[in-house]
Design a protein around this ligand. Structure first.
Ligand SMILES: [Mg+2]
Length: 485
């Protein structure tokens, strides 16, 4: 279906939001590192000895689904499901550090089959999944990877539900696992299309006899305190923990902006136990509600994981799944518009920040800039390889538009971009801050950054106009000048 630019932003945020939650929760899974509630950081570690910012099984398995859904394949059909199953086997063959018990038992068995026999792999996987369900096993391993399924049929809730059920049943055939995936995937779909958080939206998609039970479980999640949902290896408790964390932190935050994402993820992780999984589940839905523009950039630039992907790759997989367009941004080689006037003038309040245009991307190898903050879209070949590989290349989802619909939460996005510049400066980097032509986006973020480091708004605005040699106006500039920091 054709998405509005706001819906595109939100669809693009699903896997990235999941990855941020996953990587943020990993260090603390099952108490591996002590946590001061509210202060989870991307420090790595966890049960799998992960690198800082590295995601775990939850997002790796979601990526297996996404690589198939991004081709436009129908996830309710056996061909696509066999391809997903094959992806799971590839992942287990790579000997991941941290695998859930139910998934591990199934995949290690299936991995002994000839890998090219995809129908046999699918059949055996389902057989083992049914056997686990018969033993009353209902782990959270299907729910943790279901967010992206909410993108496969954005205009068709029934098909979304069928896909969620089919993908869940590959490894978790128990009805509680399947139902939790149907509800969460539908909540993701609704968040992308309607910009609202509602895990009850899919209740009517469940078999009638199970709806009442799920209403009770959701009511509990909204009335008990989040910390009561531990342990949470069980799919129902994981669902409740993720929703409790989102619901308990919504309040005025949701009306105000995307700080809700950070609050909810911190709350999810503070619940304890399977912290990465609960935060991954929550993160997918939060990403669907707030979009890439509402996800913290400094976290987004750090996430990476199996199979050699970074945040922008997840954005690409989510967008290809949602739009069925192949090879669009961010997979495009170049997004250059042909604007050919490089600038790179030092920021008047901090000479370690260079204000530039897209033409400056040619000069990133120039030792003057060691990190890049792109405020306009860039292609795979536009990015300096070094900055990209080290996570020192940051892309901010900021639309150059005077329309109130242009950016979901403009002040939040400008603040977040300015904080990211400050963070890179604290890391000792010289930052190239650029958009296409440095007309609106670059000066506006430069202004927000100047205010963040203590320059008063009028002085900063005047000095930035002076170094760029022109008067600047418009909604982005006015917002950067007047917004609370
Ligand atoms: Mg995990």
């Amino acid at each position: 279906m054709r998405l509005t630019s706001a819906q595109t932003d939100r669809a693009a945020g699903v896997l990235l939001g999941q990855a941020i939650g996953d990587a943020l929760g990993v260090p603390y899974e099952f108490g591996s590192a002590p946590l001061v509630p509210g202060h989870a950081e991307l420090i790595g570690g966890g049960l799998g000895g992960f690198a800082p910012g590295e995601w775990s099984d939850d997002t790796a398995m979601a990526a297996c689904i996404a690589r198939v859904s991004a081709t436009g394949a129908d996830l309710t059909g056996d061909d696509a499901l066999a391809a997903v199953a094959q992806g799971f086997v590839e992942w287990i063959d790579d000997d991941p550090a941290d695998v859930g018990m139910q998934i591990g038992a199934i995949l290690r068995d299936v991995a002994t089959l000839p890998h090219d026999a995809s129908a046999a792999v699918l059949a055996r996987m389902r057989q083992l999944s049914d056997a686990a369900a018969a033993q009353d096993k209902a782990g959270n391993g299907a729910l943790m990877r279901t967010g992206v399924v909410g993108l496969v049929a954005l205009d068709d809730r029934e098909r979304t539900a069928r896909a969620a059920a089919a993908v869940a049943a590959l490894t978790h055939a128990d009805s509680r696992c399947v139902d939790s995936c149907v509800l969460w995937s539908e909540a993701v779909r609704v968040a992308v299309i309607e910009r609202r958080l509602d895990v009850r939206a899919g209740l009517d998609l469940l078999p009638e006899e199970r709806r009442g039970q799920w209403e009770t479980w959701i009511d509990e999640a909204e009335t008990w305190t989040p910390s009561q949902f531990a342990p949470n290896g069980y799919t129902v408790t994981a669902f409740q923990a993720a929703w409790a964390a989102i619901h308990a932190t919504a309040g005025s935050r949701e009306a105000y902006g995307a700080d809700h994402v950070e609050d909810a993820l911190q709350t999810a992780i503070a619940i304890g136990d399977d912290t990465d999984t609960v935060a991954a589940i929550a993160g997918a839905l939060l990403g669907a509600r707030y979009g890439v523009s509402g996800l913290p950039t400094d976290r987004a630039r750090r996430v990476h994981g199996w199979p050699h992907l970074r945040g922008r790759d997840l954005v690409g997989l989510a967008l290809a799944t949602a739009t069925r367009e192949q090879g669009a941004w961010p997979q495009r080689k170049t997004m250059r518009t042909g604007f050919n006037r490089p600038l790179a003038v030092p920021h008047p309040a901090d000479s370690g920040v260079l204000l530039g245009t897209e033409a400056n991307l040619d000069q990133v190898a120039d030792p003057r800039a060691t990190a890049v903050v792109s405020l306009s879209r860039v292609g795979t070949a536009d990015i300096a390889a070094a900055a990209s590989a080290t996570g020192k290349h940051v892309e901010v989802w900021l639309v150059d538009s005077d329309s109130p619909d242009g950016n979901a939460d403009l002040a939040w996005t400008l603040r977040d971009a300015a904080r990211t510049v400050r963070r890179l400066r604290e890391e000792g980097e010289t930052v190239l801050l650029h958009c296409v032509a440095a007309f609106h986006r670059t000066p506006s973020v430069a202004l927000a950054y100047a205010r963040l480091i203590g320059v008063d708004a009028d002085t900063a605005a005047r000095d930035i106009e002076a170094v760029l040699g022109r008067r600047i106006g418009g909604r982005l500039w006015e917002t950067a000048r007047t917004m609370p920091l």
